[in-house]
Design a protein around this ligand. Sequence first.
Ligand code: ADP
Length: 672
Amino acid sequence: MNPVPNPSGASTMTPPQRPAVAVPPRAHTRWWGVRLHGRLALWAWPLALSLVMVLGVLVWMKAQDAADRESARGDMITDALSLEAQISSRLEAEQAKLRALADDLGKGQVAPSAFATHPLVLDGLRRFWVSVSWIGADGQLISAAPSDQLPPNDQRRVAQEDAGMAGHLSVPWRHAGDRADLPSGLLVARYGAAVLLRQKVPWWLASRYDIRLVDQSDVVLASTAEGPRQPWQAWYRVPMGPSMPQAWLELSSRERHAPWWRRWPVALMLAFVGLLSVTSLMLRRQMLGVERAEAAWRTEAAWRKAIEDSVVVGIRARDLDGRLVYVNRAMADMVGYRQDELVGLLPPMPYWAPDEIELAWQRHRRNMAGLAPREGYESRWRHRDGTPLDVMVFEAPFVDAKGQQIGWMASILNITERKRLEERERRQTETMAHHARLTMLGEVASTLAHELNQPLSAIASYNAGLQNALAGRDDLPERIQTALSRQGEQAAQAGRIVRRIREFLTRREPQREPCQVSDIVHSGVHLLRRDLARHGVTLQLALDAGLPEVEADPILIEQVVVNLIRNASDALQARPAGAVRRIDVQAHLAGAGFVVIAVHDNGPGLHGQGIETLCAPFHTTKPEGMGMGLAICRSIVELHYGAMDAGDSPLGGAVVSFTLPVAILSIQEDNS
Ligand code: ADP
């Protein structure tokens, strides 16, 4: 973009009140019926997208958490079932051992006293059992172990294991062989439930779960944990097999499973959203600030453009190379180019006058050197349509915000009209001076004519007397008579000339009266009819019927008409003999207030001469012409408040015309 210079130092200028300038409306977005400001929506986008992302992550985490819980629960169920199977198989193995003991008892090989030392009993006690009771068919205790027979270490262990809740394994024993029909009894082995768990629960399982054996009424039989199950613990129970009826194996997870929304990633994400919200608000504030500044700038720019467009002074800015970097509309209109056509151009400029190119270059070099006159200088340019243009240019350095000169700024005034008026004034002054000289000359000529009139009359009288006196003399030589006669003629001619001059110079003030144009024209034509006939000129009158009366001095206007017809007749003499020589005198109403009288001919024409040239005093193309006829005609017409004009006639020659104001009376009559 081209730099937009600030005409007339607008940066320091603070207008009293800014006009309301229409600022282009801002873009709005319609989103689900909510009208969002485009820029505001822009700042909210990152926040909105982040929220969507965070929400997505949270949903995913929730789903993941549910899946994790489900999977953990599945694992727990599997672990519970597998542990239950192991414990059951262990109990079944113990029961098998007990059954083997029962078989031994049934065979009658074991005496009640030797029961406590029976290898199977001892082995069982050492291994797992806390006590074994041999109960007879009548429910009496036949024998029981342990007894003092156990080594001290085992006794201590058994005492420890016996401390907690116990489980029982019982198998019936029957007499074998021929005593099979004798009533049988029961063999009951007691074991520490805690020992069962301790022995069968692997460490990795114990590290993951609290494992309990509970009965039907939730009484804990054995547990790997210290206290009761906590409410937050996930748990699962499986019923124990027939080896341990009415008991349940319960696994409760040791891992404290925090709800998914109380985890670190969620906290981090919330912190992230919080931070983003803060930054978004800051961004919004920033954007609003920028937007306000932009709106102010737009108003400023529109305001400045309105000023630039309204000024009639041309403004142009050039860089240091002389390249046009800015022109306002007035400047562009002045030279007839568009602003964008001018911007970027380097000299020579298209509006420089072609005949003054060298001068324009010199001026340009001087201006670029910073030597342009402060009071401005005149220059001659050319409009695009070729019209010459006079301008007054005021150059000033073009300085940027840092105070550095970056070019030249100029204001340009179109002074063409002013120059034209000056020229016209100059010409008028010249003409007035000329007229003054003419007046003086007229006075001199008038005096001279007056003074010469007497002696010339005297010469004529003397000559007439002399001729009369010598009329009867025959001895008078022929030559003298002829000379006297010529002398008389010349004296008469001189007298006529002097009289004509006097008549001409004693021009009287016009005595205006309402009169008919046709009467004046007819009278003038009448005076000239013989002359015209002699010169073979045909004259036609085309006077509009019903023309209003004009306010004029008929004698003076008749002189004008006579002069114009005579000039036309003189011009027609240039036509070859035999050719048609034609003069048309026309009169018609022009507008409301004037009658135009025009004299057309088919002579050689005016060769482009305008009325100014023709009416210039002493302008003549005739060998014996004085060149005063049209000048006098014009002053007579102007004395009547009319105007003269000249141009090409449709007949092929010239037309010279003049206007006369319609008599006021005629206008009133028309109106009434
Ligand atoms: P003069 O008749 O003494 O020359 P004017 O002032 O009457 O002075 O005329 C000035 C000049 O204008 C004439 O010499 C002639 O060249 C020119 N002129 C006037 N009328 C006509 C015309 N109808 N056709 C051509 N030229 C004319």
